[in-house]
Write a protein that binds this ligand. Structure first.
Ligand SMILES: N[C@@H](CCC(=O)N[C@@H](CS)C(=O)NCC(=O)O)C(=O)O
Length: 200
């Protein structure tokens, strides 16, 4: 049984979502960053951490790609052109979209940063990246076409994160439909149910 260490108010939700997509059972340990149980596993104190037997895995993108590869779903095979294109979407999301969100998220006392102009710059970068995503997505249901893959999951998480930050997430049009399609996936809904049970 997989064990996901990390509170639902974090990138740990990406791991829950992927495990729901794969139909794999998992336990959640809703630990906070830098808690003793996290520091014992990840010297940087960051969440999420995945325990797979004796293996301790960190970094959400590496974890979900590992799970997709291991279970042979939500991904194209390594060493194929399709996988290179899929990975470029993953990289694009992490650099351009998550990067903007994470810069804004760190403008607070916990991180000893307080630069409101950085939040504004991040908001603009986020909007610019969504413009690029709109072009790259075109009229496809998912970024790689008909198949839901790893970058869609990361993009779906970042879309919800952006909405929570009141960043400019579209309210209609193809990108709105895309984010809604992701939120309506049975695995996403199952994840939401699991989170509400965890938070009780
Ligand atoms: N690249 C890592 C980033 C993980 C990360 O920064 N997680 C946040 C919570 S979402 C955290 O643990 N923050 C504590 C810190 O930055 O020290 C991943 O994708 O898992």
């Amino acid at each position: 049984m997989y064990k996901v260490i990390g509170s639902p108010r974090s990138r740990a939700v990406r791991i829950y979502w992927m495990l729901e997509e794969l139909g794999q059972p998992y336990d959640i340990v809703p630990a906070a960053p830098h808690s003793p149980e996290v520091l014992a596993l990840n010297p940087g104190g960051k969440i999420p951490v995945l325990l797979d037997g004796d293996a301790v895995l960190t970094d959400s993108v590496a974890i979900i790609q590992y799970l997709a590869d291991k279970h042979g779903a939500c991904t194209f095979a390594a060493g194929t052109v399709s996988r290179a294109i899929q990975d470029s979407f993953t990289q694009f999301c992490v650099d351009e979209i998550e990067g903007a969100l994470w810069t804004a998220a760190k403008q607070n006392k916990i991180y000893d940063n307080c630069a409101p102009q950085m939040v504004e710059i991040s908001r603009k970068e986020f909007a610019r990246a969504l413009g690029t995503l709109t072009k790259r997505l075109g009229d496809k249901p998912y970024v790689m076409g008909d198949a839901f893959t790893v970058p869609d999951l990361i993009l779906g998480h970042c879309g919800s994160w952006g909405a929570m930050f009141k960043f400019p997430v579209p309210k209609d049009g193809p990108l709105y439909d895309y984010f809604r399609r992701l939120r309506e996936r049975p695995a996403y809904l199952a994840m939401g149910k699991r989170i509400s049970e965890t938070l009780i």
